[in-house]
Design a protein around this ligand. Structure first.
Ligand code: SAM
Ligand code: SF4
Ligand code: SF4
Length: 364
């Protein structure tokens, strides 16, 4: 990777301007994760295992997916309620036809005080090498690429479609070259599968300008093999990296899902996302909308709010904003914090009794 300086993040995030809509726990609505497609060209074993997402899986049809106009109408309503950052996700967002033009239209929106809406994307990187420049030109600000291994055999086995790791690495390089900075790389760590890749990933990305983040393996809908023993807690991972490199803690920004560290020589910023071992519900300022137009107030909520009924061209935009505001104000979800207890009971009973999420629909 090309060398680029790594900069420490400032201790505080810039103050938001629009008055925030608080939920029941005082958490402001600040970010939107918008899933633009539920299909994917990978079958990551921890997300969309082939046994569940086979050829006959009933993915949403194009007619069931929100159109670009409807997605834009939605984003405009969220921005009016104080949202400043929109992350496009999926499924695999780069599979959506005309994604560049959708990015361009969202990036053209302005917040109440005239600032550009920040547009980011989470992608598996498979199509990024050829799309990075056009996405940047369309107004995409930042990109997060999922990469679970540098070892080609492990990578192919985890994506389960025999996709070579080299093509994703080319995508990451293209994103860096296009200035989609800071590029983040997310690695879901599964004990016994890819936890041996943690240190090689650290070495690979030192000096690259990329931020590398390790995510604890969560029990989501689909994969059947989850158990606590497959999770490598962030504290353990940090210990492993810390024995090889001195780590300096960085201040946590409001709404940040990761605990961040800098290698003491400044060569790499590292994040640890501890959804299982140290849930961060208290900081969760994120609304999620799936491409069928449903608002999910929590990754693990069993109920969602149908926004599609408010999206017709003839419907007043105010109704849509009001529906979102009311749903957010009623929000009290904090499932990750509650799940530790539920999991223990469930594991003891042998039956899964708590809500799980279809990651590829809600978008992570
Ligand atoms: N396809 C894109 C990608 O993989 O980056 C975007 C959608 S994917 C559902 C969003 C994020 O969810 C990815 O970073 C992925 O690693 C993460 N994810 C999926 N299943 C997970 C699981 N069981 N535990 C933790 N993270 C998971
Ligand atoms: Fe697809 Fe992303 Fe899920 Fe992997 S994690 S199967 S790339 S949606
Ligand atoms: Fe947010 Fe729900 Fe995840 Fe907690 S469990 S951090 S409330 S999405």
């Amino acid at each position: 990777m090309q060398a680029a300086p790594v900069q420490a993040i400032p201790a505080t995030a810039p103050e938001p301007t629009a008055p925030a809509v608080p939920d029941q726990l005082g958490r402001p609505l600040r970010d939107l994760r918008l899933s633009v497609i539920d299909q994917c060209n990978f079958r990551c074993t921890y997300c969309m295992p082939k046994s569940r997402f086979g050829r006959d899986y009933p993915f949403l049809t194009p007619a069931q997916r929100l159109s670009d106009d409807e997605l834009l109408r939605l984003v405009r309503a969220f921005v009016g309620l104080g949202v400043e950052k929109v992350r496009l996700t999926g499924g695999e967002p780069l599979l959506r036809k005309g994604i560049e033009s959708l990015v361009e239209r969202i990036a053209a929106l302005r917040t109440g005080d005239g600032r550009q809406v920040e547009v980011a994307m989470t992608t598996n990187g498979s199509l990024l090498a050829r799309k990075a420049r056009a996405l940047r030109d369309a107004g995409l600000g930042r990109v997060t690429v999922s990469l679970d291994s540098l070892d080609d055999g492990i990578f192919r086995a985890m994506n389960d479609v025999d996709f070579p790791v080299g093509r994703v690495l080319e995508g990451i390089e293209a994103a860096c070259a296009a200035g989609l900075a800071p590029v983040k790389v997310n690695c879901v760590v599964e004990r016994g599968t890819n936890d041996g890749q943690v240190l090689p990933l650290v070495e690979h990305f030192r000096g690259s300008g990329v931020t590398l983040r390790f995510i604890e393996y969560m029990d989501v809908e689909g994969p059947s093999g989850w158990s606590p023993s497959r999770v490598v807690p962030s504290d353990e991972l940090r210990g492993r990296v810390g024995r090889a490199h001195a780590l300096l803690p960085l201040a946590r920004r409001a709404g940040d899902t990761a605990s961040n560290f800098l290698l003491a020589d400044g060569s790499l910023k590292l994040g640890f996302i501890s959804s299982v071992s140290h849930p961060f519900c208290g900081d969760c300022t994120r609304a999620r909308v799936s491409v069928d137009g449903r608002l999910h107030l929590c990754l693990f909520a069993t109920r969602s709010v149908d926004l599609r009924q408010h999206l017709g061209a003839a419907r007043p935009e105010q109704d849509l904003a009001e529906a979102i505001r009311q749903a957010w104000q009623a929000r009290g979800d904090r499932y990750s914090e509650l799940r530790a207890g539920l999991r223990a009971e469930t594991l003891a009973s042998g039956k899964r009794q708590y809500p799980t999420v279809r990651m590829s629909l809600v978008g992570g």
